[in-house]
Write a protein that binds this ligand. Structure first.
Ligand code: AMP
Length: 215
């Protein structure tokens, strides 16, 4: 199964991708995560990416398309994958279609997680993650069971993404509406687009997505 989760920052793409990854044994391909790893590597390309990301802008299509082209060839993608954060422009979507077509494959589902913008700024501003294992938390919606200790690995170190500050989130939302939202009519035309209500509880959104992918 090959699917895309679409939605603005804070919609819950990463959270839902993790459920799908476990339930259907798919690879979770988050281009944001891949870019953050590139930044952490300290390479020249990483430095350039960091500047763009901290301004809430998009990294160039060429870089992103090459990154995904290499990634989907890897073994863990054989059973299928969930794209989280890619494509983000029409050019990326067209490149993905070409990549899949050249191997006689196609997308099974593109799922739009629908949310409202104002709520997203608050949601994103409250999130943080374990420094060691990456488990995600939220000031309001998901605190660790023992305060200050990661539920998964026991680490006491947490980080917040620099680009989750309200001013940057506003710019990321603008870029979503200008550059990524045009993907909705693009995928509607090819008949693979479905929508879920992303304002519902996390488990409810998971159920909505399960019922789409199980049909
Ligand atoms: P995310 O973790 O998906 O919110 O991505 C964090 C940041 O990485 C975005 O705000 C962009 O600057 C950059 N980024 C992630 N995926 C893409 C993509 N497909 N195209 C361009 N930039 C991206």
């Amino acid at each position: 199964m090959k699917l895309i989760l679409l939605g603005p920052p804070g919609a819950g793409k990463g959270t839902q991708a993790k459920f799908l990854q476990e339930k259907f044994h798919l690879a979770h391909l988050s281009t944001g995560e891949m870019l953050r790893a590139l930044v952490a590597s300290g390479s020249e390309l990483g430095k350039k990416a960091q500047e763009i990301m901290s301004n809430g802008q998009l990294v160039s299509d060429d870089i992103m398309v090459d990154m995904i082209r290499d990634r989907i060839k890897q073994d863990d993608c054989k059973n299928g994958f969930i794209l989280d954060g890619f494509p983000r422009t029409i050019a990326q979507a067209e490149a993905l279609d070409e990549m899949l077509e050249s191997e006689g494959k196609r997308l099974d589902h593109v799922i739009e997680i629908r949310v409202n913008d104002e709520e997203m700024v608050n949601r994103v501003a409250g999130r943080y993650a374990c420094d060691k294992c990456g488990e995600g938390y939220h000031d309001q919606y998901k605190q660790p069971k023992v305060s200050g200790v990661c539920d998964v690995c026991g680490s006491k170190e947490f980080t917040r993404r620099k680009d989750d500050q309200p001013e940057t989130v506003k710019r990321r939302l603008e870029s979503y509406h200008a550059q990524t939202a045009p993907l909705l009519p693009y995928y509607k035309k090819s008949g693979v687009l479905k929508g879920v209500d992303g304002m519902a509880d996390i488990s409810d959104v998971t159920q909505q997505i399960n019922s789409i992918v199980s049909h």
